[in-house]
Design a protein around this ligand. Structure first.
Ligand SMILES: Nc1nc2c(ncn2[C@@H]2O[C@H](COP(=O)(O)OP(=O)(O)OP(=O)(O)O)[C@@H](O)[C@H]2O)c(=O)[nH]1
Ligand SMILES: [Mg+2]
Ligand SMILES: [Zn+2]
Length: 284
């Protein structure tokens, strides 16, 4: 890369991200080397707080058509809080999201009950949720069908099977994967950088494998905006008495009313409150 790029005026730990379209200048024909001279404007991107510098952003990927969040209910366990944070980021950046619950082969009654509960809840909000076992090739064709002609971002904790999924649909790639037995909770972080692969599908398409993420630190979302990124709240916002309602203790709040009437799931509302509490309002 030539010089320093400042994109969208944000401080990013990686100015160039997977999925970026760039202009290059060939430097040396013999060595086949080139320098990146410009990054084209992004259609969208997904970013999160850099785990090492809270003030910096890390762009996970740019120019994506959809994101698949791979979650697991066992080895490792993905919490609803993590899922909801990820969904909020996807809503904020206008990236359609699909939930995959992988490792179904390991699920017993407890996990299956949770899946059934999540299925009803997330589908009522408008998110597709697919039960899968990459190991047993269950759900894989259904996921594959979503990938045609699209740029898809794969995300999730370390060890949930992101790279294994790509290996299953595209045996020619054979990415490194690692057993999670003796799981420490921290993850093995087998994949260390994001990489895009062309899919051998009739309609084309690309898939981006990413390193596992432990926490999803949201950036650039103000408290006032947050409910816009919960689809079930977004449709009801016009009915709150105050247009700056945070839906916590204000009178005549349409969200609290929907919650009381069972039209908004308590677990989603809890996620909302937790995220709301975690947003530090920037002081200008
Ligand atoms: N039982 C079971 N194990 C699976 C399944 N899918 C993947 N695994 C195993 O889970 C372990 C971790 O898989 P990876 O594909 O390396 O996970 P990853 O999400 O790419 O992890 P990072 O690269 O660290 O982010 C491997 O041992 C896989 O064989 C599944 O459906 N069932
Ligand atoms: Mg991996
Ligand atoms: Zn309200």
């Amino acid at each position: 890369m030539k010089g320093i790029f400042k994109i969208d005026g944000i401080t990013s730990t990686n100015p160039l991200a997977v999925g970026d379209n760039v202009e290059i200048e060939v430097e040396n024909m013999v060595e086949n080397s080139a320098v990146i001279t410009a990054i084209e404007n992004r259609k969208n991107y997904i970013n999160r707080q850099s785990p090492s510098h809270k003030m910096h952003h890390h762009i996970i990927a740019a120019n994506v058509d959809q994101s698949l969040l791979i979650a697991t209910l066992k080895d490792p366990k993905t919490s609803q809080g993590f899922i909801d944070r990820f969904l909020v980021a996807c809503e904020a950046y206008h990236v359609p999201a699909v939930l995959i619950l992988n490792k179904a082969d390991l699920y017993k009654k407890k996990e299956m009950d949770k899946y059934e509960q999540w299925k009803i809840m997330y589908e009522s909000i408008g998110y597709k949720i697919i039960l899968a076992s990459v190991k047993e090739r269950m759900g894989v064709d259904q996921i594959n069908a979503l990938l045609q002609n699209k740029v898809t971002l794969l995300s999730g904790h370390s060890g949930v099977g992101k790279s294994s999924f790509i290996n299953t649909i595209f045996p020619a790639i054979q990415l490194k994967t690692q057993n999670v037995s003796g799981w420490s909770g921290k993850g093995l972080h087998t994949t260390t950088f994001a990489e895009m692969y062309d899919l051998e599908l009739p309609g084309g398409g690309q898939i981006i494998d990413t390193p596992g993420i432990r926490e999803f630190g949201l950036v650039d979302i103000a408290k006032q905006e947050l409910s816009h990124y919960f689809p079930e709240m977004r449709v009801r916002l016009g009915n709150c008495q105050f247009n700056n309602c945070l839906h916590t203790s204000e009178p005549d709040c349409a969200i609290k009313k929907a919650l009381d009437e069972g039209e908004i799931y308590a677990d989603r509302y809890i996620s909302y409150c937790n995220i709301l509490d975690s947003i530090d309002e920037k002081v200008y």
